[in-house]
Design a protein around this ligand. Structure first.
Ligand SMILES: [Zn+2]
Ligand SMILES: [Zn+2]
Length: 304
């Protein structure tokens, strides 16, 4: 059986003609049978694709032919084309949607004025040296943090990345402005932008976890400062770094420990994902996101 893989990557670099890069990337992926999502903007590229391992290797070689992407790093993980519904390659104002395309400045070295990059080892060293003074700031959607986060992390109240600017301007986090703040996200891309936005708003000592949770987990498994499962945006829904992980999440219906996200059964009008344990998810009446109207639809479906 052929081995397949998933690639995760991004690069901030000036892209003179995003549309041309988009068309080239789409052709390349189609010809290699890769599926996934790629966004291109004048600030760079952000993608995750899956497919045959040899096709992935070819994709990396070809993509690195573009001068700006020459030293782009690719993270490998388990999975394949079947983890994505289709191939989607698009031009956007931003490769991560913070709603601040005009604020971001990039040059050949990446984002200008972002937080200091720390390797997983350097994050641990910072915590060893500065102790409880260090604040971990979750750069993901609050839902993702329900099943995994850094120890004692601050989890902002955001449903989408668009909500971050309002959050960090709200005053709620001003106590962190003179503390060392380590931002982290899945693979690092969101923190490239978030750390810049925070610095621009008066946070004085901002770091970003280089390579994100993915690299930290590969390095330290469940023995470091990371706890729980990592939410991922494909059919796998979550991944763990070894068997000895803790289930941090709780089922919204019965409160059992779980890391199981489901799509709400009211799929006509609700796009929500919710933490529902496998037992509750198996019963139609409890396979909903918790909203009253969804609960009603679920009850009707269960009676039918
Ligand atoms: Zn349950
Ligand atoms: Zn729902």
């Amino acid at each position: 059986m052929a081995i397949s893989k998933i690639l995760l990557y991004y690069r901030f670099t000036p892209v003179a003609d995003p549309k041309a890069v988009m068309l080239w990337q789409r052709d390349l992926c189609e010809s290699l049978g890769l599926r996934g999502r790629i966004l291109v903007s004048e600030h760079g590229i952000n993608g995750t694709v899956g497919g045959d391992i040899d096709a992935c290797k070819r994709y990396i070689r070809k993509t690195r032919d573009y001068p700006g992407f020459h030293d782009m790093e690719f993270k490998w993980s388990e999975g394949g084309a079947e983890d994505f519904p289709k191939l989607s390659v698009k031009v956007r104002d931003e490769i991560v949607a913070f709603g601040a395309p005009g604020e971001l400045k990039v040059d050949e070295d990446g984002v200008v004025g972002g937080g200091v990059h720390l390797s997983p080892e350097e994050v641990n060293e910072l915590v060893d040296a500065r102790g409880d003074d260090v604040v971990f700031f979750d750069g993901r959607n609050a839902m993702e943090a329900q099943i995994g986060r850094f120890r004692d992390a601050v989890v902002p109240d955001v449903a989408t990345t668009h909500d971050f600017i309002g959050e960090i301007e709200s005053g709620k986090y001003d106590w962190m402005k003179d503390r060392p703040v380590v931002t982290y996200c899945t693979g690092g891309v969101r923190c490239e932008v978030l750390s810049t936005l925070m610095k621009n708003r008066g946070f004085g000592e901002v770091y970003q976890l280089d390579g994100g949770i993915v690299r930290y987990g590969e390095k330290f498994g469940n023995k470091g400062l990371w706890e729980g499962s990592l939410y991922v945006f494909d059919k796998r829904m979550h991944v763990e770094f070894g068997e000895d992980y803790t289930e941090l999440g709780h089922c919204i219906h019965c409160d059992a420990a779980t890391n199981n996200f489901i799509n709400c059964v009211n799929e006509d009008t609700c796009r929500k994902q919710a933490l529902v344990c496998e037992t509750c998810a198996a019963g139609v009446a409890t396979a909903h996101c918790g909203r009253p109207d969804c609960a009603e639809v679920a009850a009707e479906l269960a009676r039918a």
